[in-house]
Design a binder for this molecule. Structure first.
Ligand code: TYM
Length: 335
């Protein structure tokens, strides 16, 4: 608790152009917590280097991700917005928690299995221990809730296990967090292969709609989306492509699946795909406009970065000191 408020934490990697999956599954929902919770939203640049990054791009995307947080409605006065590497306590607690996480637990992480097969030439230790750093991010702030898409649920569950293990050995140290998986946009699928998650690292740009794509591009991508040989817009098993488009349409309009089926009754897939593109582009237009303004003001972004780092460091150091004391680390002697 901070000032009688429960705590919310989440993070996004600045490792590629953010997609409507990141938006609908995570970032758009972050502001729902801003009033009732004390919120920390982090740009997790240290996570991004588990896969090779071009330094100039990582730098640019770090600014962009912070700007997108704000463009998506996160007020920096109400939320602590900051960059992970600016708060060294993340890496420090990460190391400590490595010593409380089992090899077998990390071996079972599906994201590790997936990423290590996609980057077989660089299966580094950081990729393997990535969920431990993620646990440190969350536990440093005594977090109660973690809003994410469904793909991060397994990592939050591991974080709970690590917290419970530590608490059992050293008595209550960490709050045990709950994953908060949004109902509607928890797993947006690829437009090209709708059984696969939409991912910012997908090599096929037509599989992915980026938050910053312009209207024509968005409509073109939706019009090319893979569907099926049926012609009727309905949500049903085996219709992965249409189910995904209906989910996206529902997220942007608030309409239920039944309402969408009725709206497109008697119309073809072509009309439906254009309509999905239109609602998506129209919803993203104000975010894009605000993003452009924010990004143009680098000094403004840096001021927010600094303020966020100071705020986050204050709370992070408190937890880290508590942990270090429990472990038996000697504090730096005063004077
Ligand atoms: P990342 O950067 O891959 O994704 C950021 C957020 O977007 C969600 N997401 C999706 N949701 C729905 N459909 C999709 N296709 C989709 N793709 C991505 C993710 O679930 C995530 O919420 N490990 C995290 C970052 C992280 C973190 C944390 C998150 C680091 N520390 C602590 C929460 C708490 C990651 O790689 O997210």
């Amino acid at each position: 608790m901070i000032n009688d408020q429960k705590i919310c934490f989440s993070g996004v990697q600045p490792s590629g152009n953010l997609t409507i999956g990141n938006y609908l599954g995570a970032i758009r929902n972050f502001s729902n917590y801003s009033d009732a919770y004390k919120c920390f939203y982090c740009v997790v640049d240290q996570h991004a280097i588990t896969v090779r990054q071009v330094p100039a791009e990582l730098r640019r995307r770090t600014y962009e991700t912070l700007a997108l947080y704000m463009a998506c409605g996160l007020d920096p006065e109400k939320n602590t917005l900051y960059v992970q590497s600016h708060v060294p306590a993340h890496a420090e607690l990460g190391w400590i928690l490595n010593c409380f996480t089992m090899f077998g637990e990390l071996s079972r992480m599906t994201q590790f299995k997936d990423k290590s097969s996609r980057h077989a030439d660089n299966v580094n230790a950081g990729l393997f221990t990535y969920p431990v750093l993620m646990a440190a991010d969350i536990l440093l702030y005594q977090t109660d809730v973690v809003p994410t898409g469904v793909d991060q649920k397994q990592h939050v569950e591991l974080c709970r296990d690590i917290a419970e293990r530590f608490n059992q050995i050293y008595s209550g140290t960490f709050t045990v967090p709950e994953p908060m998986i949004s109902q509607s946009g928890k797993k947006i699928m690829s437009l090209a292969e709708p059984t696969k998650k939409m991912s910012k690292s997908d090599e096929n740009p037509n599989a992915v709609v980026y938050i910053l794509d312009d209207k024509d591009t968005i409509i073109r991508k939706f019009r090319r989306a893979v569907t099926d040989s049926d012609t009727c817009v309905r949500f049903a098993e085996g219709k992965d492509g249409i189910n995904n488009l209906m989910t996206i349409y529902s997220c942007f309009t608030g309409k239920t699946m039944e309402e969408i089926e009725r709206e497109f009754d008697g119309k073809g897939y072509g009309d439906f795909k254009t309509a999905v593109g239109e609602v998506c582009a129209d919803a993203l237009a104000p975010v894009q406009a605000r993003f452009a303004q924010l990004l143009a003001d680098k000094a403004g972004l840096e001021a927010q970065m600094k303020k966020g780092a100071d705020e986050a460091s204050y709370y992070a150091r408190k937890t880290l000191s508590k942990v270090q004391k429990k472990l038996g680390f000697v504090p730096v002697p005063r004077g």
